[in-house]
Write a protein that binds this ligand. Structure first.
Ligand code: AMP
Length: 408
């Protein structure tokens, strides 16, 4: 506790940290908390799993007092992250009672309107926050601290205009904290426009490379799904996240895993908020072990005990790969990231290797696999019967594209 106290954290917050059994501050907490408490603007290069919620939460909780209007506003890209941040802030402020209210779309607005009357800290997604601002049910003139959480994701999701409109309604005299796993030029511009001499803090994504094994399989196009089923059944993993690039593939994989006797749930932005919350509860409580998801739905979620991450589709953006594998091998636990490649993943995988400077060994396809049952409703492309060309001992090239074998 001494280490947390030295950062300037006050007794009531220390008490709840003690209850969380945190032994020492994480890297981002150590670097950020003193600056946040001193009122500085901070850009924290840090992803979920780094402990960033307490890094900004300590400032929010210590600098807010109940009954003085909304003094802190946290913008998050997704409803799930808003929910997670709210829950964490409520726990950290257990001995310093504050009204922390989350507002996001997809659920009824009226209970939010009632709750906002007494709010001290508001956490929410840009669309719904704007909605409340337009209705006059949320006022920001008392805001002292503005947090942009997972700012890169908010920009990727097209929230830039909404975010700027919200910022323009906050008092100019305020502290702004921005957290983001990556810092694009667009984000730097945003910081330049709205932050005052921000201090840049960078920390590593909290994945322990000694604890994380990464492999790839080079699967013929029509065996991708069979391989996934085989691996899920053979490896007896703990909680599993299977990543797909599209909502359609997510539905397809979840449905067909179930058809093959594997309890799986899908989560993506196409589902109602109630359904997404139910799914996350099932997964958190380990009632369902396999979560099939898109990046957007999974982004920022802090789920404990994920032993395996499967990339059923290789991410298009190579930085996304790091976000995905960051779901496992956390907090000292072992983890495995398995990439199931077929021909349509080669380009993306090449970018992943190049941009992230990772070395991922190849695993041979299993000699024998069970037959699987596949329901094709909207027949996805990669389940077609395209012949597979050019594979040879870890090197391959696509016919007609390159004369050089690809080496992964
Ligand atoms: P966050 O990045 O804020 O979502 O935090 C990720 C996870 O790390 C959460 O489950 C936190 O409860 C946990 N955590 C945060 N700070 C610490 C710490 N200093 N020691 C151990 N666990 C922590």
């Amino acid at each position: 506790m001494e280490a947390f106290r030295k950062l300037g954290i006050i007794e009531p917050v220390l008490r709840s940290i003690q209850e969380h059994r945190f032994e020492k501050p994480s890297d981002i907490q150590e670097k950020t908390i003193p600056l946040v408490l001193a009122g500085k603007d901070v850009i924290g290069g840090s992803a979920t799993g780094s402990g960033k919620t307490l890094a900004f939460g300590a400032g929010l909780i210590q600098h807010s007092e109940h009954g003085r209007g909304v003094q802190a506003l946290v913008l998050t890209p997704t409803r799930e992250l808003a929910d997670q941040v709210t829950k964490a802030l409520r726990l950290f402020s257990r001995y310093r009672p504050l009204k922390i209210i989350d507002v996001y779309g997809g659920v009824s607005i009226n209970p939010q309107i009632d709750a906002l009357r007494y709010a001290d800290i508001v956490v929410g997604t840009p669309g719904r926050i704007l909605d409340h601002l337009e209705r006059g049910t949320l006022r920001l003139q008392a805001v002292k601290i503005l947090v942009l959480d997972e700012a890169d994701r908010m920009l990727d999701m097209g929230f830039i205009d909404d975010v700027e409109r919200i910022i323009s309604q906050c008092p100019k005299e305020r502290q702004t904290l921005l957290f983001s796993a990556t810092l694009s030029p667009e984000l730097r511009q945003l910081a330049g426009r709205y932050m005052k001499q921000p201090v840049n803090i960078s920390t590593e994504i909290y994945v322990d490379p000694r604890k994380l094994r990464q492999v790839y399989y080079d699967a013929p196009d029509n065996m991708k799904f069979s391989l996934l089923v085989h691996l899920l059944k053979q490896e007896h993993p703990g909680l599993v996240m299977v990543f797909c690039n599209t909502q359609k593939n997510t539905d397809f994989v979840a449905k067909n895993l179930k058809a093959n006797g594997i309890e799986a749930l899908a989560i993506h932005g196409g589902f109602s908020q109630a359904k997404r919350s139910r799914t996350m509860e099932n997964f958190h409580s380990q009632r369902t072990q396999v979560l099939v998801c898109t990046d957007v739905a999974a982004r920022g979620l802090d789920i404990k005990g994920v032993s395996h991450v499967y990339n059923y589709d290789t991410p298009k953006e190579s930085k996304q790969y790091i976000h995905r594998i960051g779901r496992t091998a956390r907090a000292g636990k072992e983890g495995k990231a398995v990439n199931i490649l077929s021909s349509r993943d080669y380009d993306n995988f090449e970018h992943v290797l190049r941009d992230n400077d990772v070395d991922i060994p190849k695993e041979e396809m299993p000699a024998a696999m069970e037959r699987v049952f596949i329901q094709f409703k909207d027949k996805p492309r990669h389940f077609g019967r395209k012949p597979f060309h050019g594979r040879s001992r870890g090197n391959f090239h696509k016919e007609g594209r390159s004369h050089h074998p690809r080496r992964f």
